[in-house]
Design a binder for this molecule. Structure first.
Ligand SMILES: NC(=O)c1ccc[n+]([C@@H]2O[C@H](COP(=O)([O-])OP(=O)(O)OC[C@H]3O[C@@H](n4cnc5c(N)ncnc54)[C@H](OP(=O)(O)O)[C@@H]3O)[C@@H](O)[C@H]2O)c1
Length: 278
């Protein structure tokens, strides 16, 4: 573990990386706690991960976050994995202990964090999950851990939905899968609806109809930029309880901070940095 006031360097790796909000969030935490660490964004193109990691080891990086496109490939370069990381099969947070790299996946706890903060019960609830990519996999693991009743995975490519539904069954969560354009008017049959597709990043209309949902429905979009997606706007119009993507982003950063520094993260300072930067 890194001592307070020890000057250590942290990073986020990925490509593209120049718009990453992680340097802002973690630097704000360092300022708040008077830690003399630094956090940098480091672009590693696809196919150059091995060399990139060697370079990070040479500068004695203390830890780093991993984002698109390296979350799955990074697994090959780890010496140790924590349980979240091995279940999900993808890594977003790494610690470096004198050259020994240990991987964690804080997306799952980061996703669950705002649900828990709002005291929303997951146990026994029916879930509709849109998307079947990397983030959706961490979300399925989270709902399984919290004992949701069942999950329906709706995705553009049915084969990917099927694979994720199989994973869901493996981790103990009853699942079904459908094509996303076949969701039709069924949104009202679910307690919690999550968008984990990339539809909305470019201000596209909501990927499904939210007709019939009510103030009892929880609607969660993991897209954080833009903050107010059409999906969330439509949910708000129906009076549903909504959760923003930035809340997950903050949750995963808080968890990564606590893994690296072994102390409570300054949540409010990190939130201010994030919302100021969105
Ligand atoms: N808030 C956070 O902390 C956080 C964390 C991670 C990710 N995210 C966000 O979550 C989103 C997904 O990330 P990811 O890592 O899971 O990406 P990914 O692995 O590339 O998966 C993308 C998903 O979106 C679907 N999709 C893409 N274009 C679509 C379209 N035009 N119509 C319908 N479905 C479409 C894909 O369906 P197919 O299977 O058919 O390709 C797939 O299910 C991104 O926008 C990312 O920014 C947020």
């Amino acid at each position: 573990m890194i001592e307070k006031n020890h000057m250590a360097t942290y990073a986020v790796i990925g490509d593209p990386i120049d718009h990453s909000l992680s340097p802002n969030i973690h630097s704000a935490a360092f300022r708040e706690l008077n830690l003399e660490h630094s956090y940098i964004a480091y672009r590693i193109p696809k196919g150059e991960l091995e060399e990139g990691i060697e370079a990070l080891k040479k500068i004695k990086i203390a830890g780093f976050n991993v984002t698109i496109p390296h979350k799955v490939e990074m697994m090959k370069f780890l010496d140790k994995t924590d349980e979240s990381c091995s279940i999900i099969g993808a890594v977003n947070t790494v610690t470096n202990d004198n050259g020994t790299l240990k991987g964690y996946n804080t997306d799952m706890d980061g996703f669950l964090d705002p649900i828990k903060k709002k005291e929303i019960q997951i146990k026994g609830r029916k879930i509709l999950l849109l998307g079947a990519g990397g983030a959706a996999r961490a979300i399925v693991a989270g709902f399984a851990k919290e004992h949701a009743a069942s999950i329906t995975i709706a995705n553009r490519t049915l084969e990917n939905a099927k694979k994720l539904a199989m994973f869901s069954e493996q981790v103990g969560l009853k699942s079904k899968y459908v094509k996303i354009d076949e969701v039709g008017g069924t949104a009202k049959d679910y307690d919690i609806i999550v968008n984990a597709t990339s539809v909305g990043l470019k201000n596209e209309p909501s990927p499904i109809s939210l007709e019939g949902i009510s103030s009892n429905t929880i609607v969660y979009d993991i897209i954080y930029m833009p903050m107010n997606t059409d999906f969330l706007k439509k949910a708000k119009e129906k009076g549903a309880k909504i959760i923003f993507g930035y809340e997950m982003l903050l949750g995963q950063a808080v968890r990564a901070f606590e893994i690296w520094h072994g102390m409570e993260a300054p949540y409010n300072a990190m939130k201010r940095a994030l919302l100021g930067g969105v």
